[in-house]
Design a protein around this ligand. Sequence first.
Ligand code: LLP
Length: 423
Amino acid sequence: KRCFRRGADGHLYCEGVRVEDAMGAAERTPFYLYSKPQVVRNFTAYRDALEGLRSIVGYAVKANNNLRVLQLLRELGCGAVLVSGNELRLALRAGFDPTRCIFNGNGKTLEDLVLAAESGVFVNIDSEFDLENIVTAARVAGKKVPVLLRINPDVDPQVHPYVATGNKTSKFGIRNEKLQWFLDSIKSYSNDITLVGVHCHLGSTITKVDIFRDAAGLMVNYVDEIRAQGFELEYLNIGGGLGIDYHHTDAVLPTPMDLINTVRELVLSRDLTLIIEPGRSLIANTCCFVNRVTGVKSNGTKNFIVVDGSMAELIRPSLYGAYQQHIELVSPSPDAEVATFDIVGPVCESADFLGKDRELPTPDKGAGLVVHDAGAYCMSMASTYNLKLRPPEYWVEDDGSIAKIRRGESFDDYMKFFDNLSA
Ligand code: LLP
């Protein structure tokens, strides 16, 4: 069941709220509109799937860093997966328990690592220089840092190359040949760091759970090998990456339950605590990006719907290829002529599209148009290109009311960057 559905009256609803009414209430268009109950449902699916296992669900904050979303997930029992010092600061502000947080990344700075060491989060080791920096940070902070070793298992996730991270040519993690060197080094730094687990992350938008099973199988072999050398490993972190049904074709895609069930026996057999790092599958389907149609035009045989949103607010279609997310009109008029359109924004380049070759009823000027499944990697990847400032965000609460969860960025916000600069 989707949280955005077409009602019998022909209007698109978010839970019980007409999206058109949300457009009327919003500070401006475009904006992001979420269903708060859907966030809860998505988390509950993971919680139920993990029953009977010791586990941490580390929400990948990069997917969506709205403070209200983070607070909600934290209240539900989530931990957090962080990739920058600022994400770590934000997670601490949102009240996450540091012992349920993992600081990850292939280019963590010493400064950020000191913050991580001070706050007591888990830190992933990604490379030789990263290990050195983690040890230095531990000494600066005067704290022993719990670490996981990010292993590159060389498993092909069968996804777009930009979001594949666990094959051998990717920049992430360490390869098998170097494992012994890392274990010896970690031993020699036993006053500063404690190896508590292993981590891998294969990629994003994965739609076959066998891929996770293969990787987990390889990873428990590493666990055995590392334990045999006297390390007391507690955690197996299998990363994030579960895909969602962006095409709305109702293809049967694996659920969190399917994912966890493929690794459950392996985790239990080694008496491990499972860490998973979902981003997209927790938040993507909770949200639509809501635009207003500026006008319709055609150039020769090509038809365009021009909307007020663009690649600045939502770059996924431009960055990862044409069909990323399903597009619909909010309240199409029943007798509008259906045609094939590219849905484009006002930004000054041809990379600026939200969808290509979509069959839609011809919209009137001012009509609403949504891009579905926009909760993950959309607002968090928004830019201010063409000085299209970042849009406001709203969610529909359990009681059907609409609450603003982030205001839109204003021109005055932008001008503040230039205050008090010397001439
Ligand atoms: N853990 C690690 C170490 C990651 O690098 C990522 C995502 C995740 C967890 C969460 O993966 P998820 O469950 O969300 O698939 N901007 C791209 C996605 C980049 C994913 C980066 N890493 C997109 O819009 O599709």
